[in-house]
Design a protein around this ligand. Structure first.
Ligand SMILES: O=C(O)[C@H](O)COP(=O)(O)O
Length: 343
């Protein structure tokens, strides 16, 4: 028998599998190096939000024939009045800058120009999707530009829950009426993908279509760096980060944050500068600090929203999920559900 669960140890939740052969005393834990080492110390065991914390020792398992690790879970009804032991509401926010676009490849200022991904950008989006394939997602937001939509869809089709990304067409009544779904089941099995122009890349004005290196030669590195990275200074006839932030962060606060507050998980596929402005808001960066903030193409960033604050959980660029995220309890439980569904 092989089963899996989640253990919290030294503050990090770990996914484990355990295998029992025909001898029920012979229980081995696999993929759990951290627990193996400190096995006899306190370990907190959770499962499906219905278990409380308890001390868990190797002897518990080995001395009890026919009893698996899961049988040591305490049901929610047995919780004592210590509320701190209950799982609290937390939601995931995933931010992804689109994969490499055809103008990123040529090093051209792109801004509001609607340019698709390169082959490499497609691969980045697929890879990003694999990195987040175990994370819960209820709503997806993209800009109105094809590069962010391609990225979102390519990433979402890697998700283990196998939901179908469906682009929401609600720009007018007819579009809304004509794209109705009349099956609750089909709706449930979908990722609603909502497009918003407010999440578009900042408008780069008269720099759009020009080569970044040539512009730096013509106007000087310093000037171009100011146009590209400062908060207040706009490029010629374009938007400053501050202007871009007004629409992007404004949209985030009005449309995305309420989902997070109500327990929904959200993914946002957008652009370097709209994401810089959103990250500036999430991490409370100053206009000086944001100058040094770079967002790479196709790398998903994970934030946990809890009790009004955003906590960065790292970016899934490591070679394994465990090496990347210290999964929170709720995310670990979601992952367990996916594991069970795919058994
Ligand atoms: O619009 C662009 O050219 C890029 O997407 C972002 O460019 P930046 O790194 O110059 O802000």
């Amino acid at each position: 028998m092989i089963s899996s669960g989640f253990l919290e140890f030294n503050g990090a939740v770990q996914v484990y599998n355990h295998a029992c052969d025909s001898n029920p005393h012979n229980v081995s834990l696999i993929s759990l190096p951290v627990i193996r080492k400190g096995f006899d110390s306190d370990v907190r065991l959770f499962r499906r939000g219905i278990c409380s914390m308890r001390n868990f020792r190797l002897s518990d398992v080995c001395a009890t024939p026919q009893v698996s690790i899961m049988n040591h879970i305490t049901p929610v009804s047995d919780w004592n009045s210590d509320d701190s032991m209950r799982p609290s509401i937390e939601t995931a926010l995933i931010l992804i800058r689109h994969g490499e676009s055809m103008w990123n490849e040529k090093n051209l200022f792109t801004g509001s120009v609607d340019v698709p991904l390169t082959r490499r950008g497609v691969e980045e989006a697929i890879e990003a999707g694999k990195r987040i394939s175990n994370l819960p997602i209820d709503y997806v937001y993209t800009s109105a530009l094809i590069r962010s939509q391609m990225t979102a869809v390519l990433a979402l089709i890697q998700h283990r829950c196998k939901k179908v990304p469906i682009i929401i067409h609600n720009c007018n009544e007819q579009a809304e009426a004509w794209s109705q779904i009349y099956s609750d089941e089909a709706r449930k099995q979908s990722f609603p993908v909502i497009r918003a122009w407010q999440l578009n890349e900042r408008m780069y004005g008269e720099l759009q279509g020009l080569n970044k290196q040539e512009i730096a030669k013509r106007y000087g590195e310093e000037q171009v760096h100011e146009w590209r990275r400062s908060y207040e200074i706009p490029p010629p006839e374009g938007e400053s980060l501050q202007m871009c932030s007004q629409r992007a962060v404004g949209y985030f606060k009005e449309h995305i944050e309420p989902h997070l507050q109500s327990g929904k998980h959200v993914m946002v596929a957008a652009h370097a500068n709209t994401l810089r402005s959103i990250i500036m808001y999430l991490e409370k960066l100053t206009s000086r600090q944001v100058i040094g903030l770079e967002v790479s193409t196709g790398v998903p960033l994970l934030y946990i929203y809890k009790e009004g604050t955003f906590m960065k959980r790292g970016s899934p660029v490591g070679s394994s999920e465990a090496g990347v995220y210290a999964l929170t309890r709720n995310l670990a439980l979601y992952r367990q559900k996916l594991d069970e569904m795919s058994c």
